[in-house]
Design a protein around this ligand. Structure first.
Ligand SMILES: Nc1ncnc2c1ncn2[C@@H]1O[C@H](COP(=O)(O)OP(=O)(O)OP(=O)(O)O)[C@@H](O)[C@H]1O
Ligand SMILES: [Mg+2]
Length: 219
């Protein structure tokens, strides 16, 4: 479902101090698989997620998601592909500051045209935020923002879910809700790649991939 073949990514700096964030990374995640990614700060985990999520074109290598190569598509086609196939939970959430929780969760419908308020409400309730429907992100706690981002990622019923530290700001009870949702997503045939440092979270995954200095350390 998600395949990276010999992916390298270098961030260019104007002063010529390039950073190689990913170096020859190959990784395959099948439908139904829940994979956790861990490794020290700065080793390239978020970069890997962005590249897999059709959000950051790698310097070299090939990315395939659900049989298609997102970076071979035009920007518009890629945006539509991403909206339909890929749910993304960003490390910094990236909620739209002027939209309510409900409208943030509904925002993927702007790209897909599939607007279903009841579905958005159900997702909001699933993550225990029904009393926050009309709040904007600035009025939410960090954990509430994180759960809003989770609900948004699931809204379009994507095939692939990429989640960057989705439980990093949650108490054990809410972390459990999120982790069980990720596991259920995989059980229903989706592919999940989750970045996490938390042993409990990675313990829920079928496989844990370790990263170090831009490389995957295969056991
Ligand atoms: N936009 C950018 N421009 C230049 N360098 C970047 C950029 N984003 C990340 N980097 C660098 O790329 C490397 C990998 O960063 P990345 O964010 O992928 O790490 P990470 O494993 O997600 O770290 P953390 O656990 O702290 O979130 C780091 O050295 C970082 O400084
Ligand atoms: Mg990161």
């Amino acid at each position: 479902m998600i395949q990276l073949d010999h992916v390298t990514h270098r961030y260019r700096s104007p002063e010529g101090r390039d950073v190689t964030a990913l170096e020859d990374v190959s990784l395959k995640i099948e439908a139904g698989q829940f994979v956790a990614l861990r490794g020290p700060s700065g080793c390239g985990k978020s970069t890997l997620l962005l590249v897999a999520g059709a959000l950051l074109r790698p310097t070299s290598g090939e990315v395939t998601v659900d049989g298609r190569q997102p970076y071979a598509l035009s920007p518009d086609e890629r945006a539509a592909f991403r909206a339909g196939e890929i749910g993304f939970v960003f490390q910094q959430f990236h909620l739209v500051p002027y939209l309510s929780v409900l409208d943030n969760v509904l925002s993927p419908s702007l790209a897909s045209g599939r607007k279903n308020r009841q579905r958005a409400r159900d997702l909001v309730a699933e993550f225990g935020l029904e009393h926050r429907l009309d709040h904007t992100p600035s009025a939410l706690s960090t954990g509430e923002r994180q759960r809003t981002a989770m609900a948004r990622a699931l809204y379009n019923a994507p095939k692939v879910l990429l989640a960057d530290e989705p439980t990093g700001n949650l108490d054990p009870e809410n972390a459990d809700i999120v982790l069980k949702r990720l596991a259920a997503f995989a059980e229903n045939g989706g592919a999940v790649l989750m970045v996490s440092h938390d042993d409990h979270a990675t313990g829920m995954a079928h496989e844990v991939v370790a990263m170090k200095e831009g490389k995957i350390s295969h056991p």
